[in-house]
Design a protein around this ligand. Structure first.
Ligand code: PHE
Length: 490
């Protein structure tokens, strides 16, 4: 509608002087006219110039000045060409309003010098104010500066404002009807090229985004943890068994069989196969012994240790199950110091909420050597966490069945302005290490933390379910940036 009207009108007329009036005359919606103008302009069917104008009327005072001249002009005229005149005399001969306004405006314009006596500083003046007001009366356009001064003196008042209107003329591609452009280089189009208009190439258009795989934030953060462990000389432990026996997950770690964590409320036990097929019998016997009646300086738990309990299969509840297997393997040969790490999945039968899942990842570090002390543990933790950008650490005594002493690790979080718990650690008990067959002076220090927590902080995610599980936000996975943990302090 609007397009036909505009192109049709320009066929017989030089211009559309005002798109607003044009729309009104042709019963068109000006918004639509505006859009059509934009589009026709892009294809250079037309040329459009934005009309920006304000219209004013004279106020009563303005009208008076336009008819009679401005007060400052009358004031100036009353001052003799030569010599002076007193203010009193001026006041007597001039109309009070003219005296009042003129005595302010004339000196401001530097037409007169004021004092008790008034004299001219120039011989001739032009009554610009009157001229400008007459121009406005004739409908002429004035510059912004002049309009501002007249508005300020309340001599004119705004009556109409044009914005969003334009003046339209034919453009270099003008045609009474829009031609449809050929867009594709088909065989037919190429054969008829002389009759066709081809759409210009837009070489600035962006291409389709290339679809590709994306690393999940947990994988990206895991990679950085791996790098830190590797830089510190740690070897990765094999973590490829989600299913573990209670023996390696709990008993080998000197976790009593009555411990609440071994309850099905906290642990997922397997229905099939519900029990493990084999365990190293002589080692099992030593574990049974230390649980029931102690040894290596320990009193043990003084409770019957049941093999059936140890045989039960479960989904490992922590990666320390992997560490216990590794240490047992290590104890078989002549002792060599080792640094091990693992980052993999663990399972806990917990209530799921914004920060807890029944399935998550643990990061674990283990160092074994002769004569290690708590000081070594603190030193290694300082080194490890400072590579993550956390150099201010605090330790709080804690309890784990397999470590003594045990410490929770806290770091000062500058953003949250408080100390937050970042991990758990300790020195493995002799009740755990000695039955494995490790030499008496070998000490093992270890620590663990979750992978999800630092990832959530780095990727500003406050709901773990967006990160992991069936509600994972794939769009976020695709678009998330590469966040670097603070390893610049290395
Ligand atoms: N296994 C502990 C946990 O699940 C972490 C830990 C690892 C503690 C090693 C001490 C030593 O929280």
């Amino acid at each position: 509608m609007a397009e036909e009207a505009i192109l049709g009108f320009l066929q017989n007329n030089d211009e559309i002087a005002h798109s607003g009036y044009f729309a009104a005359e042709h019963n068109l919606d000006h918004e639509e006219v505006k859009n059509v103008i934009k589009s026709l302009q892009a294809f250079r069917y037309i040329e459009a110039k934005v009309l920006k104008r304000e219209f004013f009327n004279l106020t009563d005072e303005g009208k008076k000045y336009a008819a009679e001249g401005s007060p400052e002009f009358h004031f100036f005229s009353a001052v003799p060409e030569e010599g002076t005149i007193s203010m009193d005399d001026l006041q007597r001969i001039l109309d009070p309003f003219v005296f009042d306004v003129g005595s302010k405006q004339a000196p401001k314009k530097k037409w007169v010098a004021m004092g008790q006596q008034v004299s001219r500083t120039v011989q001739h003046v032009e009554d610009k104010v009157k001229e400008m007001l007459l121009q406005i009366q004739q409908g002429l356009e004035l510059d912004q500066e002049s309009l501002k001064s007249l508005k300020y003196r309340k001599l004119i008042i705004l009556t109409e404002k044009w914005s969003g209107y334009s003046e339209v003329k034919k453009g270099p591609n003008y045609a009474p009807e829009r031609r449809s452009l050929a867009t594709d280089l088909t065989r037919e189009n190429l054969q008829n090229w002389q009759e066709l208009d081809f759409k210009e190439y837009n070489v600035n258009a962006k291409g389709q985004p290339v679809d590709s795989g994306h690393l999940h934030p947990l994988l990206k953060v895991r990679k950085q943890f791996k790098d830190i462990f590797c830089q510190m000389g740690f070897e990765e432990m094999p973590t490829n068994n989600f299913v573990e026996s209670s023996f390696w997950n709990f008993d080998a770690l000197f976790q009593p069989q009555q411990h609440p964590a071994r309850d099905s409320h906290d642990t997922f036990f397997l229905k099939a196969p519900s029990t493990t097929r084999e365990l190293p019998e002589d080692y099992v016997a030593r574990v049974k012994q230390v649980h029931e009646s102690g040894g290596f300086g320990s009193r043990g738990y003084n409770c019957e240790w049941k093999r059936e309990e140890a045989n039960k299969n479960l989904l490992r509840t922590h990666t320390t199950a992997v560490s216990s297997r590794m240490l047992y393997e290590l104890a078989k040969g002549p002792f060599t110091p080792k640094k091990y790490y693992s980052i993999d999945r663990v399972f806990r039968n917990e209530a799921v909420d914004k920060t807890h899942l029944a399935e998550f990842h643990q990061i674990e570090g283990v160092v074994c050597d002769r004569g290690l002390t708590l000081g070594d543990l603190i030193g290694v933790l300082q080194e490890f966490f400072s590579r993550l950008g956390m150099s201010e650490l605090r330790f709080k005594p804690a309890y784990n069945p397999y470590t003594e002493p045990s410490m929770e690790i806290f770091s000062y979080h500058a953003g949250l302005e408080k100390w937050v718990e970042i991990g758990n650690s300790g020195m493995f008990r002799p009740e755990m290490l000695r039955p494995m067959g490790l030499p008496e002076d070998v000490r093992v220090i270890a620590w663990g933390l979750s992978l999800e927590r630092p990832t959530m902080i780095l990727y500003e995610c406050d709901n773990i379910r967006e990160l992991f599980g069936h509600k994972v936000d794939l769009k976020k996975v695709k678009e998330n940036p590469l966040c670097r943990i603070g390893i610049e302090s290395i």
